[in-house]
Design a protein around this ligand. Structure first.
Ligand SMILES: Cc1cc2nc3c(=O)[nH]c(=O)nc-3n(C[C@H](O)[C@H](O)[C@H](O)COP(=O)(O)OP(=O)(O)OC[C@H]3O[C@@H](n4cnc5c(N)ncnc54)[C@H](O)[C@@H]3O)c2cc1C
Length: 386
């Protein structure tokens, strides 16, 4: 099928399946309601379109990179709910790459059909950037590990069925060498989830406490004490997905239409808008390069760090421009003065609220998935050899 026909097929599918309710639910990002997100996930699964990045033998679509790009862009432009990345983009690739036959059979179907939700148990108090210093301990006892410790900033732990966790299984020597990668059922006795309310007023984040939690050793991915290798593989995939190119394109287009309607948004605003649009094009090109490398079987690697930095900085630039533009809808006095310039059909009443909420939460883009300062350190060391 040629690309134009493929795009038309995706658009037709979106027109008939993406309801207004789903579009509304999508506005909440990570705060999306589980049932709305799962219903959209299921719709894509039933169509066979849920895991374009996965190898075909595990449920992937076999699309070309261009088709994948078209698909992501069309979904974002149409305002589809985000799919939770923790299963599809993070632990799924780890399980099909390093998991046992039993682990693949147990976990991949639920990730694909969206019936199982996952969360990511990497960060701990004092072990975020310095992740290898993590202290949550897993001590072997017969066929089980007994896990004690605390994770923090665990997105959607309160909605998840399973958590993939980095735990310490060896306590001496180089910190990276004593880490193992465990899959833990969130209903296991001894797990307590406590909410953290973020600056957007929503509950995405949590602390997760483990007290004498028994986890079968069969739930360990790969070798004991080799978890750092699997953890880094996962982070490469996570950083690639964080760049948010398609979502930025959608927000930028909305902003362009507001700028066209409101000449009062002056030259400086337009210059910054144009500058951001050019930067987004560059991020898009870099994303294609990283994805092409991954599709050839390579690891997203160090370029994923570059993509994460540039993609998240563009996201924040767009969020700042949205707040600036929304001022003209939020202030009655200004609005009167520029009445002739306010479009007859202005963006919805939520425009300013959403812009401010996204701006506030968007401070986190440059922190999660490994802060941008740390990504700069990675580039300095691994790419520039400094
Ligand atoms: C919204 C959000 C969602 C998250 N979701 C999850 C999740 O689901 N699961 C999970 O495991 N974690 C999650 N995290 C945690 C995230 O990965 C960490 O916040 C991040 O790795 C930074 O760690 P930290 O918060 O401990 O900050 P710190 O490591 O304490 O860093 C504080 C500041 O110091 C800077 N800094 C630290 N070390 C250096 C250095 N060597 N050189 C230069 N600068 C340095 C950092 O860049 C940062 O600006 C989430 C975080 C946020 C904000």
């Amino acid at each position: 099928m040629d690309n134009a026909a493929f795009r038309a097929e995706v658009r037709e599918f979106l027109e008939s399946h993406l309801t207004d309710d789903l579009r509304d639910a999508a506005q909440l990002g990570f705060g999306v309601d589980r049932s709305a997100c799962s219903s959209w996930h299921r719709t894509l699964f039933e169509k066979g379109w849920i895991a374009p990045e996965w190898p075909v033998e595990h449920g992937g679509t076999g699309w070309t990179l261009t088709q994948r790009h078209i698909f992501d862009t069309e979904l974002a432009l149409a305002g589809a709910p985000m799919l939770m990345p923790f299963g599809l983009q993070m632990v799924g690739p780890v399980i099909y790459t390093f998991g046992t036959v039993e682990q693949k059979a147990q976990h991949l179907p639920g990730i694909l059909d969206g019936s199982t939700w996952w969360c990511q148990g990497y960060s701990e108090p004092g072990s975020g950037s310095d992740l290898a210093s993590l202290k949550t301990a897993a001590v072997r006892d017969g066929d089980d590990y007994v896990v004690n410790g605390q994770k923090i900033w665990t997105t959607n732990a309160h909605k998840a069925d399973w958590i993939f966790c980095l735990v310490r299984t060896e306590f001496d020597g180089k910190p990276q060498r004593g880490i193992s990668f465990l899959l833990i059922d969130m209903s296991t006795p001894g797990i307590e989830v406590r909410p953290i309310i973020s600056i957007d007023g929503l509950h995405h984040l949590n602390e997760v406490y483990f007290t004498d939690v028994r986890v079968p050793a069969a739930n360990r991915i790969g070798e004991e004490n080799q978890g750092w290798t699997y953890a880094k593989f996962l982070l490469g995939h996570e950083r690639t997905s964080i760049a948010g190119v398609a979502a930025s394109q959608r927000n930028l287009r909305a902003l362009e239409s507001v700028a066209r309607e409101l000449p009062v948004l002056g030259g400086s605003f337009r210059e910054r808008l144009a500058d951001t649009a050019v930067k987004l094009d560059a991020v898009e090109a870099l994303e294609s390069r990283v994805l092409a490398e991954a599709a050839r079987g390579g690891s997203p690697g160090d370029e994923a760090s570059l993509l994460k930095i540039l993609g998240t900085e563009v996201m924040q630039a767009i969020e700042a421009l949205r707040v600036e533009a929304s001022g003209y809808y939020a202030m009655p006095f200004e609005r009167e003065m520029i009445a002739a310039e306010v479009p007859a059909d202005p963006p919805g009443p939520d425009f300013a609220l959403r812009a401010v909420s996204d701006y506030n939460f968007g401070r986190a883009h440059t922190i999660y998935g490994g802060s941008n300062e740390i990504q700069r350190n990675v580039i300095a060391k691994a790419v520039l050899g400094l």
